[in-house]
Design a protein around this ligand. Structure first.
Ligand code: ATP
Ligand code: MG
Length: 420
């Protein structure tokens, strides 16, 4: 063992579990790829100011959770704590909103960094797959987002998740509600930090997890009663479209989410088998974000799903993903001449698209067969000197245990045939 360990709050993805992560990323991406979303990749760090403005000065992410650094050249950077601000920044920088049709639909997958108190489901380095639809205000787009996330989770076999849905209003009605909530909060017995939060972003106080705070929040004004007619109609349409798609959801008027930039539709996917880190994904509409980072008005909607917590949710439900064995064929040479011949066959099989591995370092038959077994290969190709003298190899079916000689120059075709 080396003297070094993975930093606090991080963990390594190792085989065979890492295959699960890849499968989850792919399953989340599949419905997006199928719905007009193009892949985008942005840097792992950005100008810190982008997040300060684009995530919000009053959020936990910006005030407590960002990894910031000053470069030797004096640039103030931050490791990305989330994806939306970066994706929008990149889209604006490349003028994607001018060169193509709106909405610009993008999906991403990558690592994110937050300085949090590590616990199960909460890490300092974690992984998200996300989607953003930039530059369009259309309830069908909000509905599409929610339906695609639902489809992703269902395709993985998850069942015990719930979709929480709310509307946060817009720049017409939200300020009126904010005012009303603020005067309600001023009458409560809150600690100093919460009082400060109530002044900067009162909606976030609703998100407070502490029981003594929640008790005082009973009877707080609810946003639903303050939504303007346009927001109400928009939200009803989103609800109707999701319902028509057969996707169940729960109205949750307390759902405000952590980011400052959300407007109108907000939603969260929660899983009931995860304890306190129950949010597996979330998102919403962010009509004001583009202007906040210096762009034109571009109403947009998006989500990010946490890969780590999705994997935990699969484990909590006991879902076994159907991950095909990494290796279909394993080649075991007996002797020097067989090594050369079989190695060439391995190269040939791989070129033909057959996932093949080889017994390296000339082990004995017994330990080579052990490795073959561990590889999960369905077929093992064994060749010794006598086989080669007869121009053949042995193909062993690991499921049935049956072994059969096959002519050397027919091996590739035979294995392809058997593997379908
Ligand atoms: P939470 O309320 O649990 O802190 P969040 O609102 O901060 O979540 P988002 O910023 O909406 O989370 O990120 C979307 C998803 O990314 C979350 O639903 C979760 O699955 C995942 N995620 C966020 N932070 C972490 C983390 N520190 N470790 C693992 N996954 C995370
Ligand atoms: Mg958080």
């Amino acid at each position: 063992m080396s003297t070094f360990k993975a930093p606090k709050g991080t963990y390594d993805l190792l085989p065979p579990d890492s295959a699960k992560f890849l499968a989850v990323r792919e399953a989340i991406a599949a419905p997006l790829k199928n719905s007009g979303y193009g892949y985008i990749e942005t840097p792992g760090f950005e100008n810190v100011e982008l997040f300060a403005r684009g995530v919000g000065e009053s959020t936990d992410i910006v005030t407590k959770e960002m990894y910031t650094l000053t470069t030797k050249g004096g640039d103030e950077l931050a490791l990305r704590p989330e994806g939306t601000a970066s994706v929008l920044r990149a889209a604006l920088e490349a003028n994607l909103h001018k060169v193509g049709n709106l909405p610009v639909k993008l999906w991403y997958s990558g690592s994110y960094y937050r300085y949090e108190r590590p616990q199960k489901g909460r890490y300092r380095h974690f992984s998200q797959v996300g989607a953003e639809a930039i530059g369009a205000e259309d309830p069908a787009l909000d509905a599409e987002m929610i339906i695609l996330a639902d489809q992703a989770y269902r395709s993985l076999g998850l069942q015990n998740f719930r979709i929480l849905l709310n509307s946060l209003g817009d720049k017409e009605c939200r300020p009126v509600y904010r005012e009303a909530l603020q005067s309600f909060l001023r009458g409560l017995d809150l600690d100093e930090e919460t009082i400060r939060r109530a002044e900067i972003n009162p909606l976030r106080v609703l998100d407070d997890k502490r029981a003594d705070v929640q008790k005082q929040l009973v009877g707080a004004p609810v946003l639903r009663d303050y939504l303007c007619d346009a927001c109400k109609a928009y939200h009803e349409e989103v609800r109707a479209l999701i319902t028509a798609a057969g996707v169940a959801f729960e109205d949750d008027e307390k759902l405000v989410r952590g980011l400052d930039y959300y407007t109108r539709t907000t939603f969260e996917f929660v899983h009931d088998g995860l304890g306190s880190q129950s949010a597996v994904g979330g998102g919403g509409r962010y009509d004001g974000l583009s202007e906040m980072i210096g762009g034109p008005a571009l109403p947009s909607v998006g989500w990010a799903l946490g890969v780590d917590r999705t994997v935990l949710a699969l484990e909590a439900e006991g879902v076994e993903l159907d991950i095909p064995a990494a290796t279909s064929v394993y080649a075991v040479p007996l002797g020097e001449e067989a090594r050369r011949v079989l190695f060439a066959k391995v190269v040939e099989l791989r070129k033909a698209g057959v996932a093949t591995d080889f017994s390296f370092t000339g082990r004995g038959l017994k330990s080579a067969m052990k490795n073959a077994h561990r590889s999960g290969a369905r077929y093992v190709v064994v060749a010794g000197e006598r086989d080669l003298a007869e121009g053949q190899v042995q193909i062993k079916d690991m499921d049935s245990g049956e072994q059969e000689p096959v002519a050397l120059d027919a091996v590739v075709a035979e294995l392809q045939r058997r593997l379908g």
